[in-house]
Write a protein that binds this ligand. Sequence first.
Ligand SMILES: [Zn+2]
Length: 220
Amino acid sequence: MSFDPLLSDLFLAHEERHKELDYTPDMERIAAALGRVKTGEHSFLTASGEIVVESGLKRTRRREDLAHEASHALAAELIDDQSYVKAIQYHHAHVPDMDAHLERLADHGSLHWLAPREMVDKVLEVGGLNAGAVWRLHQTAEIQLHMALKRIVTFDEDGRRGGFIAQHGRIIHASSYQYYLRCWVGDDVPDEGSFQGSGVSLYQVPGYPSMCIGLVIADD
Ligand SMILES: [Zn+2]
């Protein structure tokens, strides 16, 4: 996925909406501003624009689901009476799996609220742009580790980045942006000898010795 003007506009709209809401970290408030929120069996956006959130979710997942469905809601209202989804479907008709593409966009949009630019900047300022930043963002933003990975990898529109989360030596999440990451979900973690160079880092997740994070920053 790279950011063409349509996507840049979409993500900019997320930031603008956040600004209107004083950059609130409260996803309930953001969701309520975009649709009527109710609970149900699973999380989704109804055709009439109601935000349904799976009942019984713990705080982190509820915040993420609220932000994700609110992102779908924002996309739906963006292009006047023409559905944004239709516009995406038209302009991105080459995408092999449209549903998965739209889901990725909603995740990506939601991260502009869950981990806003200023927060990411601070996290990177404190500990640098390396695999540890994924862990620090996960802690600061109170989002799942793989969401933090996604945000760090795609944060800079001009960047070229890739990263993974591994457990027991096996990659369970991977993410890349304008960069070909040689290892992917299901692969073994590359050994430290082969996974090195400038911009490459591995990080042992504190408290979870079986988990590690890898990050490649290939920005020019
Ligand atoms: Zn979705």
